[in-house]
Design a protein around this ligand. Structure first.
Ligand SMILES: Nc1nc2c(c(=O)[nH]1)N[C@H]1C(S)=C(S)[C@@H](COP(=O)(O)O)O[C@H]1N2
Ligand SMILES: [Mo]
Length: 157
């Protein structure tokens, strides 16, 4: 499968998620501060696969976005990863309800499953479950070609 290589360095103690772009207060949240609050049951099956849903835990993205205070014209968020070729765009309302997860079934998310920080979204396409999240760039319009996640995934993946 044409998936990103995991980062070589994935220590939760040294990982941060940055929120910047169209926000009043750009910020960087240590991954260790995300392990609280919300949870979501989700499978990570790719199209055509079946895989049981498992319990992901972390914080609601909206909690972090509110702290950054998006501008009144903000409409989208582009979620970046350690893979410079992989970024996934979302409507801001949908991103608010997503989860920045640090735990899978009670344990820190293994690196190959997207740890230390993975995005889980309700009713997601498989490529929207973004592994190794490093940054959310808040945008005042659709990300266009900057959204590369879907393109990285061939139809049969
Ligand atoms: N950063 C990043 N996240 C990613 C991908 C990727 O290549 N890079 N691939 C996506 C796709 S297409 C799938 S099917 C799932 C695979 O997740 P899994 O290894 O937990 O099953 O990760 C998604 N998240
Ligand atoms: Mo996928």
């Amino acid at each position: 499968m044409p998936h990103s290589e995991p980062p070589t360095e994935a220590d939760p103690g040294r990982w941060t998620v940055t929120v910047d772009g169209a926000v009043a207060t750009p910020l960087s949240v240590p991954a260790t501060d995300l392990a609280a609050g919300a949870s979501m049951r989700s499978s990570t099956a790719c199209e055509g696969e079946t895989e049981p849903r498992r319990r992901w835990r972390g914080v609601r993205v909206g909690t972090v976005l509110d702290r950054a205070d998006p501008t009144p014209d903000a409409t989208h968020g582009l979620v970046h990863t350690t893979d410079p070729e992989y970024a996934c765009g979302f409507d801001l309302e949908r991103l608010y309800e997503a989860l920045l997860a640090t735990h899978l079934d009670g344990d820190p998310i293994p690196r190959e499953r997207g740890g230390p920080v993975r995005l889980l979204v309700a009713d997601a396409d498989c490529w929207e479950r973004v592994k190794w999240v490093t940054r959310i760039d808040v945008l005042e319009g659709p990300p266009g070609d900057a959204d590369t996640a879907r393109d990285r995934v061939p139809a049969d993946d």
